[in-house]
Design a binder for this molecule. Sequence first.
Ligand code: FES
Length: 128
Amino acid sequence: MSLLRIAPAEEIGLGEVKAVQVKFGANPEVIGDAMEQGATGTGAIVVAHTADGAWYAIGDVCSHGPVLLSEGEFEGCTLECWGHGSRFSLETGVPENLPAKAPVPTYPIAIEGGLVFVEIGETADDHA
Ligand code: FES
């Protein structure tokens, strides 16, 4: 596991998200904005800062189709996919309603020195 710097915390206000494309591996790095269908060995991650100040990071691509959850509605502790309306828990990555059935990955998050970090495994499969 590696701590990957995402952004200064002040850049992600209350009720806002930041979505990035990450290259997994021994030395993970942010390689740009999130993509619905990125290259092998990469994955989209969305960092969400809830209205009440909590931080979460989950996989940004809906488990039902190539849609970025970061482009959907952010309400409470969920992100809603604009594709077909499944609402994903930021705490567990589990969809709370159909049609999506499978969870998206969740990632431990840390705020240190005013910066947002996400704990990344060597592959996207390293995450629950
Ligand atoms: S693409 Fe997300 S619910 Fe269908």
